[in-house]
Design a protein around this ligand. Structure first.
Ligand SMILES: Nc1ncnc2c1ncn2[C@@H]1O[C@H](COP(=O)(O)OP(=O)(O)O)[C@@H](O)[C@H]1O
Ligand SMILES: [Mg+2]
Length: 235
């Protein structure tokens, strides 16, 4: 469904991504792991059209080259950004409506926002409140619901469980599993390595902008690098 070949992202003198290949099959969850600064967010930003890059990115057989972020959203790729990036000063409903704005007419948007509020009761309860007043976990649910407003076929999720309490982390992973059950393909950047390996089909580890390990989650779980650095297990 998504094919990335020889992807490079650079910020001035910093080479954040240095020639990355990755593929995501329809219906899969692919986990992207790696230390801070490895180039994970830059990879998602490049796929979303939010940062200039070189290389080839193909989605459902079509090149994304030169498309604006809005056109990429319309093509069916959604992003749940790192740090949630909700609009704190806007209400929960306004945040939801903005998520579908590039995509649908106002009547359709209201219908979709109502569906999101059925799915996430907390968002219904808080719909008239400023989004910035919600807890971290609630804001994460809003960030996910906002991305779902555009009905993505592929959802890019950047560290959705970061900084959340263990129970909320469980809820986020349960939600990811149910989204996959509904046919949404997911590229998941995560710090929670055990839970990501548990839920994903394939995984890759980035180190300094390059692929260090990749394969099925079973293969990646067995790799020395992942056992040592991320799972705290010795070989
Ligand atoms: N906007 C930016 N300007 C300059 N350097 C950046 C920018 N964003 C990221 N970087 C640098 O690019 C590298 C990769 O960052 P990032 O993709 O955010 O990694 P990760 O998400 O894996 O932590 C890091 O060295 C980071 O400091
Ligand atoms: Mg990041």
């Amino acid at each position: 469904m998504l094919d990335v070949a020889s992807l490079k992202v650079r910020y001035g003198a910093v080479e954040a991504v240095r020639g990355l290949d990755l593929a995501v099959g329809k219906g899969e969850i692919v986990a992207v792991l790696g230390a801070n600064g490895a180039g994970k967010s830059s990879t998602l930003a490049a796929i979303s059209g939010l940062t200039p890059c070189s290389g080839e990115i193909t989605f459902e057989g079509k090149s994304l080259k030169g498309l604006s972020p809005e056109a990429i959203t319309r093509a069916g790729i959604g992003l749940v950004p790192e740090g949630r990036r909700i609009f704190a000063g806007l209400t929960v409903s306004e945040n939801l409506l903005l998520g579908g704005a590039v995509h649908a007419a106002p009547v359709e948007l209201r219908q979709r926002a109502a569906e999101m509020q059925d799915r996430f009761p907390i968002l219904a309860e808080r719909r008239h409140q400023k989004a910035g007043l919600m807890s971290g976990g609630e804001q994460q649910m809003l960030a996910i619901a906002r991305a779902l407003m555009a009905r993505p076929k592929l959802l890019l999720m950047d560290e959705p469980s970061l900084g959340l309490a263990p129970q909320v982390v469980e809820a986020v992973f349960d939600l990811i599993a149910s989204l996959r059950g509904e046919g949404i393909t997911i590229l998941l950047v995560e710090q929670n390595v055990p839970m990501s390996l548990d839920i994903a089909d394939h995984a890759l580890v980035l180190a300094q902008g390059r692929l260090s390990v990749c394969g099925t989650t079973e293969e990646v779980s067995r790799s020395e690098a992942v056992r040592g650095a991320y799972l705290g297990l010795s070989a």
